[in-house]
Design a protein around this ligand. Structure first.
Ligand SMILES: C[S@@+](CC[C@H](N)C(=O)[O-])C[C@H]1O[C@@H](n2cnc3c(N)ncnc32)[C@H](O)[C@@H]1O
Length: 469
């Protein structure tokens, strides 16, 4: 096995730790060079499996060699590799600030309030191990971030969906992808989720976690073109550079149609999209990156270009986390399969209402299935809201009276039918709605209650179902 482990870096470590890291398993060969320097996230990801298992196996050989040296549970067998991202926290204070490292690289360090910890000293140790800072003044526990910790703590240029909200959104989609089945003679089209805006990539990662196991193992992700010198020359030959890079790109392109579940995520901002790609690639060596395609541009452009290539609806689910979601419902209705979901995530209930009004006024093929307030104020699983277009009873009566006058004099006033769809008067809703006396055209709004000065995450989810026209 080959790993990018430079034994010369082990000089300052305690002897057990050095042994543990340098000779993890009989038969394991470490090559102290930079053979992996040009690895892609996927290349690097392949390595730890053997290394990690071997590393922990050695640990157990030392600890209890008399029995079952290889009885290692896979999830506990990780040791930190170059390019891993770790969390660092004061050993004595589990409530203290969490520090998210940069990808581990020799020569780099994590800075803490009591001195720094070299990345080299983290590479090769197991999660939850404790290290001292170089100054010896502090002890820190090193562990792997959860996905939620990672998306919360990565540097951000836009507000991400918070983990609890992201998990709830994913569960509302009820994703149940199946594992690849090579024996299937008629492969079905992939499960396709469209997400607009990508933002930080936080929700993208949570969605990708839910679907990635449906996909076959990916080839190495194409790394940027490299300059390679010809054997008899110091100069790089453009042809060899292009050929190697192109081969990787071709392998990747050939892989894409074999995927059985894909997230197409779009942002209008190239900067946000680029940042999100780094966030996705940084999570566990890019383990979900093969399930996500990033796009920059407008929703109508993207959808119309896809429909131009193939006119049948192709989306199973759509998530809109951007301003003015209602503007895109008509476009999405063209691409969403019947029974598919459109989930709008809005900071205010009025924006969910704007979506509902759009659906009603334009006769779009959607029904609003659920409206949830989410976030700390709403509690676990969200608080269900009753959102409907309602008209005040007095207004409807007045209109009916007017109609009677016009049609046939004032001989009698028919009672207004109750409970007839969304146009019906909803008594309970009217009682709660403001103002009690109808104004304008009689339509009333229900708005978000004030929840305090600081709300972490939260907002309103409208889950629309695509129905048959
Ligand atoms: C609140 S952020 C999304 C956060 C994201 N869901 C996450 O979990 O990290 C909103 C994003 O929508 C993008 N956006 C705004 N208007 C858009 C539009 N019309 N089309 C596509 N993206 C848009 C913004 O650039 C921004 O990145």
């Amino acid at each position: 096995m080959v790993a990018n482990q430079d034994l010369s870096n082990l000089g300052g470590l305690p002897i057990f730790s050095a042994l543990f890291r340098a000779v993890p398993h009989p038969g394991t060969v470490f090559i102290s060079n930079s053979k992996t320097a040009n690895c892609t996230p996927f290349d690097v990801f392949k390595m730890p499996i053997a290394f990690a298992r071997c590393g922990s196996a050695f640990h157990r050989v030392v600890a209890r060699s008399a029995y079952s040296p290889c009885a290692v549970r896979p999830y506990s067998s990780h040791v930190f590799q170059e390019n891993d991202i770790v969390l660092v926290q004061k050993k004595t204070d589990p409530s203290s600030k969490l520090i998210l490292s940069k990808p581990l690289r020799p020569g780099k360090r994590v800075n803490t309030s009591t001195g720094h910890i070299d990345h080299e000293s983290i590479i090769g140790i197991s999660p939850r191990a404790v290290l001292s800072t170089a100054s010896g003044k502090g002890e820190y526990r090193i562990f792997r971030p959860t996905l939620g910790e990672y998306t919360n703590l990565t540097a951000r240029i836009v507000t991400p969906v918070y983990p609890a909200d992201a998990n709830l959104i994913v569960s509302l989609l009820d994703l149940n992808p199946t594992v690849p089945d090579g024996s299937s003679s008629s492969p079905s089209p992939p499960l396709e989720i469209f997400e607009a805006g990508t933002g930080h990539g936080a929700l993208t990662l949570h969605l990708a976690r839910a679907i990635h196991a449906a996909n076959p193992a990916p080839p190495p992700f194409p790394s940027p073109p490299r300059r390679i010198s010809a054997p008899d020359s110091e100069e790089a030959t453009p042809d060899s550079v292009d050929a190697e890079h192109q081969a990787a790109v071709d392998r990747w392109e050939a892989y894409k149609p074999t995927r059985r579940a894909v997230i197409n995520t779009l942002d209008v901002s190239a900067r946000h999209s680029e940042h999100a790609q780094k966030v996705v690639a940084g999570w566990r060596q890019g383990m979900y990156a093969h399930s996500v395609d990033f796009h920059v541009g407008s929703i109508p452009e993207y959808i119309s270009s896809r429909l131009a290539a193939s006119p049948d609806p192709f989306l199973d689910h759509t998530i809109l986390d951007l301003p003015d979601c209602h503007l895109y419902l008509e476009t999405i209705s063209q691409a969403l399969k019947v029974d598919g979901t459109v989930l709008v995530f809005c900071p205010s209930i009025t924006q969910v209402i704007a979506c509902l009004q759009k659906v009603r006024k334009e006769g779009l093929p959607f029904s609003l299935e659920t409206t949830l307030e989410i976030g700390q104020a709403a509690g676990v699983g969200g608080k269900v809201w009753d959102v409907r277009a309602v008209r005040a009873r007095s207004f409807v009566r007045a209109e009916a009276v007017e109609a009677e006058k016009v049609e046939g004099g004032e001989e009698g006033v028919e009672s207004v039918a109750e409970g007839s769809g969304e146009e019906a008067v909803a008594e309970a809703a009217v009682k709660e709605a403001e103002p009690p006396k109808p104004e304008g055209d009689g339509w009333n709004m229900v708005c978000r209650p004030k929840v305090g000065d600081r709300v972490v995450g939260g907002g309103f989810l409208g889950v629309f179902r695509r129905v048959d026209k």
